[in-house]
Design a protein around this ligand. Structure first.
Ligand SMILES: Cc1cc2nc3c(=O)[nH]c(=O)nc-3n(C[C@H](O)[C@H](O)[C@H](O)COP(=O)(O)OP(=O)(O)OC[C@H]3O[C@@H](n4cnc5c(N)ncnc54)[C@H](O)[C@@H]3O)c2cc1C
Length: 398
């Protein structure tokens, strides 16, 4: 039986496999042999990388995890969300197949329990990467399960055992903030820590917060057939993104049946019979401009986007004024997550936007949009004087 403290359900073969890897029930914490070079608190993404990096260089390392190794990303974040998103994509593709001349025939039915079981199967399949066995045997790290607490300048205690260390890394992650809304605790709510335990589809879902995690979960549930409403205090959905990118994604959310309530805060939750009734308050907003040069290309101008019927969206690259130094970029497109790496690689490598003009992008691919933004930048270099000189030069060399 899965330990109830792990907050993982249902108690099925997939979750049992997951736990066997990332919090093995039979695990016995080692007995410390002298002082550690490094003690890492928390075995999420950050803790695993820190521990493996130090151990790889020969340090004697202890890694302490109170719940599940892999942390949020493996257990209640990146992995389960992307697995469920894949099912939502499949449902959406079927529902919209007729725009490609394909008739799916009959009703599109989502088997929510099967969607969640597929997610659990995938999560368990990936879990050996973050497992206690792998980190103990491959990296020689001492793995301790239990809640760690500092008991001295160079000592930490876990499950009654004291560990001494030269250095410690605190990688204990973050938790969803529960807003102090009257009635919310009594009514009950989901966070990323229990939403992936669901086996029955919620009929209606209110999502408090329209940031990236709220947005992706909302669209996923909407595409799977849940009636979703996002409540966002700011006057913009995805408030850290460009306003026009956010507008496109909001419209896409709404097409999928999701409602977005902006400049709205959750004031109170009342119970009326078995129903949770949300009392909302709407206010006025104001989310600011920065002085940069921005190069924008519509996906509708990219051949691959046209052939794939994915013309909604754009690329915007923001450069330091008067230069091609990339400060940031926004991509709204299908598979934007894959495309953005080209920009981040350039930023890390100090490559200017203009250089993309010389990069061969296979035709037809969506990433051609980046080359077109580079062309747009390079055209700005063509001042009237340069254009005159070039015209003369071409006439001489004809
Ligand atoms: C729904 C969702 C989707 C996401 N999707 C993506 C994505 O697609 N791509 C992406 O890059 N990021 C994504 N993220 C973000 C990603 O999950 C986090 O950035 C990442 O997990 C942070 O890693 P971390 O190691 O800092 O913390 P965590 O993963 O939170 O790990 C911290 C660990 O410390 C342990 N711990 C805490 N206190 C103690 C203690 N006292 N003693 C011992 N152990 C302790 C916890 O149990 C936990 O395992 C997503 C997040 C969510 C919620």
């Amino acid at each position: 039986m899965i330990d109830p403290q792990l907050n993982l359900s249902p108690d099925d073969e997939h979750n049992t496999e997951l736990v066997a890897n990332v919090h093995p029930p039979e695990w016995r914490n080692p007995t410390p042999q002298g002082r550690y070079n490094l003690v890492v608190l928390g075995a999420g993404t950050a803790g695993l990388v820190a521990a493996a990096g130090a151990a790889g260089m020969g340090a004697k390392v202890a890694l302490i995890e109170r719940q599940l190794m892999g942390g949020d990303c493996l257990n209640v974040g990146c992995v389960p969300s992307k697995a469920v998103i894949r099912s939502a994509h499949a449902a959406h593709d079927l529902l919209t197949a007729d725009r490609f001349g394909v008739r799916a025939g009959g009703e599109v039915e989502v088997d929510f329990a099967a969607v969640m079981e597929r997610m659990r199967h995938i999560r368990a399949g990936i879990s050996p990467n973050d497992s206690a066995k792998r980190f103990a045997e491959t990296y020689g790290i001492d793995i301790y399960f239990g809640a760690a607490r500092f008991v001295g300048r160079d000592t930490v205690e876990v499950d009654g055992t004291t560990l001494r260390f030269a250095k410690a890394v605190i990688a204990t992650g973050a938790r969803a903030t529960v807003p102090p809304v009257p009635g919310l605790a009594e009514a009950g709510f989901l966070t990323n820590h229990n939403v992936f335990n669901l086996t029955e589809q919620p009929r209606r879902l209110a999502v408090v917060g329209g940031g990236p995690i709220g947005a992706e979960l909302s669209q996923t549930f909407a595409r799977l057939g849940t009636e979703v409403t996002i409540i966002e205090r700011a006057d913009q959905f995805l408030q850290r993104e460009d306003r026009d990118a956010a507008e496109i994604l909001k419209a896409s959310m709404e097409r999928d049946g999701g409602g977005v309530r902006l400049s709205t805060s959750l004031e109170r939750v009342d119970m009326v019979g078995d129903d949770k009734v949300l009392v909302l308050k709407t206010a006025d907003g104001e989310e600011k401009g920065l002085s940069v040069d921005t190069y924008e290309v519509e996906m509708a101008d990219v051949d691959r986007a046209i052939t794939d019927g994915d013309t909604e969206g754009f690329l915007k690259v923001h450069c330091k004024k008067g230069t091609d130094t990339i400060l940031g970029a926004t991509i709204v497109a299908r598979r934007a997550g894959e495309m953005i790496s080209e920009i981040t690689t350039a930023m890390v490598g100090g490559m200017g936007l203009g250089s993309f003009s010389g990069v061969i992008h296979p035709y037809p691919t969506q990433t051609e949009v980046i080359r077109r933004a580079a062309d747009a930048y390079n055209r700005t270099k063509l001042t009237p004087t340069t254009a005159k000189i070039l015209k003369k030069w071409f006439s001489w060399t004809r």
